[in-house]
Design a protein around this ligand. Structure first.
Ligand code: GLV
Length: 315
């Protein structure tokens, strides 16, 4: 069986797989643009990789990340090969760090103190406790659910939003499907929730594109903030800039963007209310990820049928 690896730093991934699998019958190699693999381990590969495999019996495509958006948008992705994504693999704990940092930054007024420092102004703000800082986590997949539960354990009143119904410890879960379902816009516009922070972990799909837009920003509380370590496609960036300029939104911590890297002339770079990180909130941890890859490779070796992500839902 041949395992082809296509990603930045592919040799390290090959090494991690060889060590764990320790199986002479497996050929594990970095994609050289020519050879064919029976199992494809990839992150954002070019269409050419799939075009090269037309007519070859690829057993499974293993995605080296939690989001499958770039794969599903690949014009040459074969329809009949299961695509498996990583589930958490250690990313959730990195993400939770990132979100906690953002919440502390705004809740404890570090944004305001930074401005005051530049102005030489000495003026303490009243401390707002976590218990008085309701937040909502959008997207309750493997990562979103852990973040929601982690923040609830920190003492924040936590709301969650997802397509289908979920039950999570300490989290008030809202969902879209079914008779009692509410749309994301309805939930975010609900003033009774008193939301101070919107944390976006929605996958990039048709249904989530542009959902965080002018209408939503206008409906949030004036001192609300956006924390986005999920996907940039959910946010209408022009609307975000306008809401920040107008002071409709207090600030944003952004890791992901509509186009990455963020263009040099994006007005977001200059926005003093924004903190930008370069899609670095939760890099894929090799150890947890390699364990999941090995598990899936061994299933293929045993002849098991793997169930991939839903092409219809896009995650
Ligand atoms: C990173 O963006 C991932 O999808 O894992």
């Amino acid at each position: 069986m041949r395992i082809l690896v296509h990603t930045e730093g592919a040799e390290r991934w090959c090494e991690a797989l060889r060590q764990r699998l320790n199986d002479e019958s497996l050929e594990i190699f970095v994609d050289d643009g020519e050879r064919l693999g029976d199992i494809l381990v990839v992150w954002a590969p070019p269409a050419e990789l799939f075009e090269r495999h037309v007519g070859h019996d690829v057993k499974v495509i293993l995605n080296l990340g939690a989001g499958v958006d770039s794969l599903l948008q690949n014009p040459a992705l074969p329809n009949d090969v299961p695509v498996i994504k990583l589930r958490d693999a250690g990313m959730a704990s990195h993400m939770l760090d990132y979100v906690r940092y953002g919440l502390l930054h705004f809740r404890r007024d570090f944004d305001r103190y930074a401005g005051q420092q530049r102005a030489g102004e000495w003026a303490p703000h009243r401390v707002v406790r976590a218990a008085h800082y309701p937040v909502i986590v959008l997207g309750l997949g493997a990562i979103g659910a852990q973040i929601a539960e982690g923040l609830a354990a920190d003492g924040y009143p936590v709301h969650g939003f997802s397509r289908s119904a979920h039950t999570l410890a300490g989290v008030t879960c809202h969902h879209e499907q079914g008779d009692e379902g509410r749309t994301l816009q309805e939930v975010l516009r609900d003033k009774s929730l008193g939301l101070k922070a919107v944390i976006n972990l929605l996958p990039n799909t048709e249904a989530t594109r542009d959902v965080l837009n002018a209408e939503v920003f206008a409906a949030l509380a004036e001192d609300a903030v956006l924390i986005n370590p999920g996907r940039g496609s959910s946010v209408v960036e022009a609307d975000l800039v306008a809401a920040l300029d107008a002071g409709t939104l207090r600030g944003a911590l952004l890791d992901v963007f509509q186009h990455e890297p963020l263009a040099a002339d994006s007005p977001l770079w200059q926005q003093s209310r924004v903190i930008i990180t370069p899609h670095a909130a939760a890099p894929t941890p090799m150890s947890g990820a390699a364990d999941q890859l090995v598990d899936n490779i061994q299933r293929v070796q045993r002849g098991e049928t793997l169930t991939g992500v839903s092409r219809e839902h896009g995650y």
